[in-house]
Design a protein around this ligand. Sequence first.
Ligand code: AMP
Ligand code: ZN
Length: 446
Amino acid sequence: MKLYNQLTKKVENFKPQDPENVKIYTCGPTVYSFAHIGNLTSYVYWDLLVRTLKANGYKVNRVLNLTDVGHLTSDGDDGEDKLEKGAKREGKTVWEIADFYIDTFLKDFRSLNLEEPSKICRATDYIDQDIKLVNLLTEKGYTYETSDGIYFDTSKFEKYADFAGLNLEEQKAGARVAFNSEKQNNSDFAVWKFVREGEDHAMQWDYLGRPGYPGWHLECSTISATELGLPLDIHTGGIDHIPVHHTNEIAQSEAAFDVQMSRFWLHCNFITIDGEKISKSLGNIYTLSDLEEKGFTPLDFKLWVLQGHYQGTRNFNFEDLTAAKNRLLKWRNRAAKSYQISSKDSISVQILEKVSNNLNSPEAFALIDNTDLSFADWKFIDDLFGLNLIPDLENLPKNLDSLIEERERARSEKNFAVADRIRDELAESNLTILDTENGPIWQYLR
Ligand code: AMP
Ligand code: ZN
């Protein structure tokens, strides 16, 4: 398999440390509001990654975290904790907010037919490990204390700028005005925040004799080391994570544990909607339920995502979603046709080659569109993309074959009343009959 690696900035051959235990860590959502289709895009691509690894014979061990504390509205060390903000907005406790949005996120996850991670971890279950990590960093001389927290001194981590190709000099000059005067370098980040006097922060733990909470990046360092062990094989996230979150995860983990954090780092690009950034002020934040209200299923959306490469910029609009919906129906009916009329060519190997080349789903899709496929191919494709393409044989009408025969007979006898009645009856089961050169076959209507 080949994957683009942010560490080396090139497409490289991927070989796991242990094919029976490919360790993948995915940065999960901050659970303070509904996931929008931009957030969900990233998980669709990581599902493709996992399925492609499995199709190549690997066993995947994947951890996903849920951020239920410490992610501030600025992505840096300022602003309000997103969970606290959600709690105020809805008049609930932070714990209720986290529980509610974890639940809705997992529902979205399942309705997109995404493979369950081996383990899903909540940040607040790892506070003891967080504190140990901060202690370790402090013992090794990587931290300093300010009035609002414990900070990581990025000047002590030599390769800090490498991962994202940061220009720290430029950052310094640009940030002079907004510079937190207690920070020693602009890029330094909090590993632990103190709850300040009068500050309303419901989630807090005692450390160094005062209340506080972990810095946002800390959870990923502790959870990945605790649950998978370093180095990871692959760490995934959105491109927004490259310059701050992942850069900081690497600094903390590698400084504390003296081991490479992850051998591969994959990032998916951002989607825009009608050419605009997804934002509340533009009113273009769509959730899966919004799409469903407009008549689109989660899998229509999933197919739309996979039509584009994970590293490309994607623009979402409803015309393209409609096209994806039509493509999905077409594929389902081709799968149904191949079930009824066998075709022997198998091109599964070529499809796997396409996705194994840095997850090139668009090229795999073009191959699917342009090739006559066997039922075995469709099963393979369905395992690879998780689009529910294979007919649900259990739920087909029991008398389907005899209805099709009866319709044939009625038509040959020019008994159109009977033929029409059968057509209407099948339509109630979302089915229709297509006449092919090999005889009539059933197809899905929607
Ligand atoms: P958050 O819950 O804000 O931490 O985001 C969850 C994931 O969604 C992160 O991996 C982000 O990189 C990703 N994400 C957020 N907005 C978009 C977008 N417009 N397109 C693609 N991915 C996004
Ligand atoms: Zn993370």
